[in-house]
Design a protein around this ligand. Structure first.
Ligand code: PMV
Length: 351
């Protein structure tokens, strides 16, 4: 067995590790960041049950560093370049990381090119693989103590939102007075005893309004917040929103929750429209779906609402109860026609 000895007198041998990580959808959005992948505001998300990335990482100790990646069996050179850059950026924490050859095979449980963000589940799974390779990994003086916090710390450096995918349920990333253990460096679970049971099981049906690459990447989107005249107010609002959400989560006030979550989603897209240059990731199908949801909710009073990621797809949220059958029929009959190819991914969160 070939072995490489790192700076910490730690030997890492040829190994194959396999890990899986879920995607997540934010309720308070992270949009805007500082040097070192530090979020400009705290965020909170739900981890999804079914949208996952499964990753197999093979490591061969060698003096020369190389990365080969396969996505659903096809070689992906661009992804390999991204991973190489990421590994270089975390060498300070994993001194052995550039001393080897990697073959990384990754598969998403959701359709390829669906426009569903795979960076959260993707980097979450990669970070878990790295932790499996190096059980002794230690982020000296960086506050992360548990294994999950350390994995979250590593995932954050790949993609900010990925750090929240390491836990089930409601997860917080970014320092906020409202959550005692919160940190800018890694995510922590939202305290379970502070969550009303109505928020512990939810459907999230993702309507695929636009499949394929979006026109403006999240990296560019975050950077455009640097000069956005409304950014400071937005960051303040996100902090204030934690206080409001905390109360909603505790009392189980679904109506307030609905208004709150939709406001956050629209604020994210409003920030894009107020950037310089301005851009719009919503499509006409996105707006049709939003308007239809609003009309249906007004007519029926049912608890169906939406959130958005940095893209055109719509996450349609509704609790699972005796009312959900009519909501499901409405989605299939009235909302699905506004998607590009009549497709959706039926996911849920439960904890
Ligand atoms: O993790 P990134 O850099 O892909 O940023 C994603 C940000 C949003 O998905 C739009 C919001 C969030 O908090 O997940």
């Amino acid at each position: 067995m070939t072995e490489f000895s790192g700076n910490r007198n730690f030997k890492i041998s040829n190994q194959k590790v396999v890990e899986s990580c879920s995607s997540n959808i934010a309720l308070i959005k992270y949009w805007g960041k500082y040097e070192g992948q530090i979020p400009a505001n705290p965020s909170i998300s739900f981890t999804l049950n079914h949208c996952k990335t499964n990753t197999e990482m093979e490591f061969f100790a060698a003096e020369e560093f190389s990365v080969q990646t396969y996505l659903a069996g096809n070689e992906e050179v661009k992804f390999a370049e991204k991973i190489e850059k990421y590994f270089k950026s975390i060498e300070v924490y994993l001194p052995w990381i550039l001393k080897g050859k990697y073959i990384i095979k990754t598969e998403n449980t959701f359709p390829h090119s669906s426009g569903i963000a795979s960076s959260a589940s993707g980097f979450g799974a990669i970070a878990k693989c790295l932790m499996s390779l190096d059980h002794n990994f230690n982020v000296d003086n960086q506050q992360a103590t548990t294994d999950t916090q350390k994995t979250s710390f590593l995932a954050r450096l790949g993609s900010g939102s990925a750090c929240r995918s390491l836990y089930n349920g409601l997860v917080v990333w970014g320092k906020t007075e409202e959550v005692a253990e919160s940190s800018n460096l890694f995510a922590v679970p939202y305290p379970n005893e502070e969550i009303h049971p109505v928020f512990k099981k939810f459907n999230d049906w993702v309507l695929l309004v636009h499949e394929g690459e979006k026109t403006v990447s999240s990296t560019v989107g975050h950077a455009l917040m640097d000069d956005n005249a409304y950014a400071e107010r937005r960051f303040e609002e996100a902090h204030e929103n934690f206080k409001i959400l905390k109360e909603i989560l505790k009392t189980g006030d679904m109506k307030r929750f609905i208004t709150f979550v939709e406001h956050e989603a629209l604020t994210l897209h409003a920030m894009m429209m107020m950037s310089n240059p301005a851009y719009i990731l919503m499509k006409s199908g996105t707006l049709e779906i939003i308007n239809n949801i609003w009309e249906f909710r007004k007519e029926t009073g049912l608890n169906i609402f939406f959130t958005l990621d940095a893209g055109a797809n719509v996450h349609v949220l509704f609790p699972e109860n005796e009312e959900s059958d009519s909501i499901k029929s409405f989605i299939k009959e009235e909302l699905l026609p506004s998607t590009q190819n009549g497709k959706m991914v039926m996911d849920e969160m439960s904890f």
